[in-house]
Structure formats: C-alpha cells, structure tokens
Design a protein around this ligand. Structure first.
Ligand SMILES: NC(=O)c1ccc[n+]([C@@H]2O[C@H](COP(=O)([O-])OP(=O)(O)OC[C@H]3O[C@@H](n4cnc5c(N)ncnc54)[C@H](OP(=O)(O)O)[C@@H]3O)[C@@H](O)[C@H]2O)c1
Length: 318
C-alpha cells in the first residue's frame, strides 16, 4: 500500500511516499481503508522529534516509534480483528489510528465510530483530534459565561467557538484580520483582531490555543475566579517547547485565585466522538476545511499547518 513514512527524526524532508506492506488487524483492532486523514501540528512535532520532551513521552528516543504519521482518519472498515463485534467490513467510520497517512491504517475498534451521515470523508477526518480537544477544553464552560478563545480561526479554535455557542456561552474570538469573517460566521459574539488591537475585558474562561502570551498577561483578563485552559501554542525552546508555560501554570495555580491548567487531550474517547457526531447532525458544529491535499502532497499539507495560520482544518485525501 502507499504510505507516507519516516524512519528518523528531521525536517519534513524525511517524509517519503513509499510502498509498504499492508498492516493486518490484531485482536480488538480494525483495518480501515483510509479515505481522508486530518493534519494537525502534532504531526510535524513528531516528525522533527521536537520539542525533545516528546521523545521521552514514548514516541521514540532516537527515531519515531511509528513509521507512518497521522492520527485523524475517516474511511471504510476493510477487515476486523478477533473479538470485534460492533463494526463490520464496509462500515463508514471516523476516529483516530496510529498511522493514518496511508491507504490502510489499523485502529483500535474503540477509537472509531460510525461517520456522521451528513459529512463527506474529508470533513469527517477534520473532526477527531481538534474537536475532541476543544470539547475537553470547554468542559467547565456553562451557559451565560464569558469565554475568550485565542486562535479562534484555527483547527481547535474553530470548533471551540461553535461548541461554546452550542452551550450558550458569550464568546469572544481572538484571530488575525483575515479570519474575522470566519470567526463571526462560526458564531462568535465579539472579535479581537490581534493584528490591530489588544485583548480587553475579563472572562470566566480563557481557552488559549495560540500565541504563547505570558501567564501574567492572560491572568489580567480573567475574572476573579476565572479559569485559564492552555491547549497549546508554538512558543518555547527545543527542550520542552510550549509545555514550559503549561508547567508554570500548574505550579502557580494552587497559590492564586484563578484556576490555571494545561490540557492533554486524547481522541480515544468514543463518547466524545459520539457527542460531536450528535452536534454535527444537529447542525450545531460544522468542520471548517481550509485546504485538502492528495496523499502524494502530504508534506505540503503538513508544511502549510506548520506555518501556523491555517483557516480551520487541513486534510489529506486518498
Ligand atoms: N493539549 C493538547 O492535547 C492539544 C491538542 C491539539 C492541539 N494542541 C496544540 O494546540 C495548538 C493549536 O492547535 P491547532 O490545531 O488549532 O493549530 P492551528 O490550526 O495551526 O491554529 C492555530 C491558530 O492560531 C492563530 N494564531 C497564530 N498566532 C496567533 C496569535 N499570536 N494570537 C492569536 N491567534 C494566533 C492562527 O491563525 P491567525 O492566522 O489568525 O494567526 C491559527 O489559526 C497547537 O500548538 C497544537 O500543538 C494541543
């Protein structure tokens, strides 16, 4: 089968399109014929092995533990492994697998669910990692609360705005000038165009997905008992990257009135995928697709996301 592979850490040039053996599902696993694979910033971090901290977290010390990158997928079940009872060959699914940048990927049966009927494969592949992350980041958000989403036009942010509006929060989205129309269309009540103006006001919850703003600056915009949820950002050094800010937040949180926390999201929870599927069916959430790239141009897709200004999601199609 055709797959994008890399057997060493390095720049995106280490990724190559190759013919490799098709994987077979083991117990509790399914083989998915991949029709589309979502791209997110973790892919180029795992390709480069930077920040170095990720090498210590089980992704491979000297070389990537996974030959094929890619996590999000949408496709059709090709084969089921022993013990899988709730999925059948031919089922259209979406979810996550290790190595979705390939014609076939092996997923744990618990990591995929039936694809939303109202989404095409490329739209469905744009959902799992980013939307599950947004869902987890908004756990504490309630109706009427004031929420600030930093990076509101990006992969996670575009879902966060829609999910928060579905919960009837008052949403202010922070984005660049080029995305103000998009973020308004997603339902934001107010926009901060960070290229032209500064953040003002106070918020019950800040969901920070971009920009690496200092904790002290973010805390100025929290209500007295407000919550800061750090999803990510591309700052920091080669050693720990933006995790440094998350660690500082965790250390500071017990000593201040604000709740400061970092988010580690996994897309393995089928309950989250089913909740998203319900919201998608109701029309409350719609994936925003910036661009799609064929598998042969997967490196260009990852590079586009690496530049940090994607408008919603980027997807590789097969
Ligand atoms: N903790 C977790 O489990 C988890 C899960 C998923 C992702 N992440 C991390 O979360 C971050 C966001 O992921 P993503 O998929 O949403 O990335 P993305 O699609 O690249 O979106 C980032 C967005 O941030 C905006 N942005 C850039 N600089 C900004 C600034 N100074 N202020 C405000 N907005 C700015 C960009 O748009 P503009 O053109 O408007 O600048 C872009 O739309 C990444 O660091 C990723 O690694 C963490």
């Amino acid at each position: 089968m055709r797959a994008i592979v890399s057997d060493r850490y390095g720049s995106l040039d280490v990724l190559q399109l190759k013919d490799i053996e098709r994987p077979r599902p083991g117990p509790g696993e399914v083989a998915v014929r991949v029709r589309a694979a979502g791209v997110d910033p973790s892919i180029w971090h795992l390709t480069s092995g930077q920040p170095y901290l990720i090498r210590l977290l089980g992704f491979g010390l000297r070389r990537p533990r996974r030959l094929v990158p890619g996590l999000d997928l949408a496709g059709t079940i090709e084969e089921i492994g022993p013990g899988v009872t709730d999925l059948r060959p031919g089922d259209e699914v979406f979810g996550t697998a290790d190595g979705s940048f390939a014609e076939y990927a092996i997923a744990k049966a618990s990591r995929v669910v039936a694809k939303p009927a109202n989404l095409a494969f490329d739209q469905a592949a744009a959902v799992p990692v980013s939307a599950c992350t947004a869902l987890k980041g908004l756990l504490s958000v309630q109706s009427g609360q004031r929420l600030l989403v930093i990076g509101a036009g990006g992969g996670v942010g575009s879902y966060a705005v829609q999910l928060a509006k579905a919960r009837q929060a008052h949403v202010t989205g922070v984005c660049s000038t080029a995305k103000t129309d998009l973020v308004k269309m997603l339902g934001a009540d107010e926009i901060v165009d960070y290229k032209r103006e500064s953040i003002t006001g106070r918020y019950d919850v800040i969901l920070d997905t971009a920009g690496d703003r200092p904790l002290s600056q973010l805390r100025q915009h929290l209500s007295p008992k407000g919550t800061l949820v750090i999803v990510g950002g591309e700052g920091g050094g080669k050693l720990v990257g933006s995790v440094a800010r998350t660690l500082r937040a965790a250390l500071l949180s017990p000593f201040v009135s604000h709740q400061l926390k970092g988010l580690i999201a996994t897309a393995e929870n089928p309950a989250d995928l089913l909740e998203l599927k319900r919201l998608i069916a109701e029309g409350a959430v719609t994936p925003v697709l910036d661009r799609t790239f064929p598998l042969a141009e997967a490196v260009a897709a990852i590079r586009y996301v690496q530049q940090g200004h994607a408008r919603g999601k980027v997807v590789v199609t097969l």
